[in-house]
Design a protein. Structure first.
Length: 212
């Protein structure tokens, strides 16, 4: 989950620079943003983030009904719908697609290699195939990466410090997400050094609730 201020800063700033300002604002032009979300319209966190995004865009001179149109596609937790929803958005020819979650960004990237894609949250964009590298991502995807997977073993070290007698740790992970797979490999290697056995298991219900 991404906090509201980070969401606004990443998307709002990216939308202003890519491609709106790059095109030079044209008098009378209505810019179109395509929002691709894995969550449902009733998700309170997403609603707050979107309210903040609209407020931030207004501060830059963009407001819905005047020079801005935002189209939403909600997967409502059914991630298998993202590819279809992304294709629908691309046919609308938006100026930019905002993909809110790693699975949404992957679906958007499959749908277009030319329309700019902004991802406000992603574990490891390189492992997910969304960037060639962190220093030179290339392509049409921009945004922020979360903590690098290499930092994941630090969690085990912290557990060892706070619970010295801990010998076994249960871990729920998303086995469909590239960044989770990378982090998992790092954790498995670190478990030998810390003496903590990892009990691993993908849990579809928990993953579906937490993946965005």
């Amino acid at each position: 989950m991404m906090d509201r201020r980070a969401f606004i800063a990443v998307i709002g700033g990216s939308l202003v620079t890519v491609p709106l300002a790059a095109q030079a604002q044209q008098a009378g032009k209505v810019y179109r943003i395509g929002m691709l979300l894995a969550a449902a319209p009733t998700d309170e966190n997403e609603v707050r983030n979107l309210d903040g995004l609209r407020d931030g865009l207004r501060a830059f001179g963009y407001s819905e009904g005047r020079n801005l149109m935002i189209e939403y596609r909600w997967a409502e937790g059914r991630l298998e719908r993202l590819n279809l929803l992304a294709s629908e958005l691309v046919t609308r020819k938006p100026d930019v697609v905002v993909a809110v979650s790693e699975p949404a960004a992957i679906a958007a990237r499959r749908a277009t290699t030319t329309i700019p894609i902004v991802m406000p949250i992603c574990g490891d964009p390189v492992a997910a195939g969304l960037a060639a590298s962190l220093s030179r991502p290339g392509g049409n995807v921009t945004g922020l990466s979360q903590l690098k997977p290499e930092i994941a073993p630090k969690y085990l070290e912290l557990l060892r410090e706070t619970q010295p007698k801990l010998t076994r740790e249960g871990l729920v992970f998303d086995d469909t997400r590239a960044s989770d797979k990378v982090a998992l490999r790092e954790l498995q290697q670190a478990s030998n050094a810390t003496g903590i056995d990892l009990y691993l298991g993908p849990n579809p219900k928990i993953v579906q609730a937490a993946r965005w």
